[in-house]
Design a protein. Structure first.
Length: 120
């Protein structure tokens, strides 16, 4: 199972460019795999404190640099929305938008993004 992680719309007005490097890729991937492991073990709580049932076939993800390239190409178009099936080559997409006026790095803030997604 492949994973892309996060890309930023680097060509869009008022968007600070952030490039991935091997360390940031590893941080993002490890965080996702940790959350998936918690879900597989039935350790994820949702609102009200109840736990989700344990899951099956929740495999560890690996990074795919080609998916990263394709996703970055789409993000650079500055269109908020899913890409076309032809463009994404059948890969699933989860889209999250985050604004900040500070210097917060997207990889550093990734944990809160994942927690927001897990609450859905």
């Amino acid at each position: 199972h492949n994973f892309i992680g996060y890309v930023t719309a680097t060509n869009c007005p008022n968007v600070r460019q952030q490039q991935f490097n091997p360390l940031s890729r590893r941080v993002v991937l490890n965080r996702h795999n940790d959350l998936r492991s918690m879900l597989a073990k039935g350790l994820v709580e949702y609102e009200g404190g109840a736990r989700l049932r344990s899951g099956k076939n929740i495999y560890q993800l690996s990074w795919d640099c080609e998916l990263e390239r394709v996703a970055q190409e789409w993000a650079d178009r500055c269109v908020y929305g899913h890409s076309t099936e032809e463009h994404s080559k059948g890969a699933g997409e989860n889209i999250y938008m985050h604004y900040t006026s500070g210097t917060q790095h997207s990889v550093a803030s990734m944990g809160s993004h994942n927690q927001d997604w897990m609450r859905c």
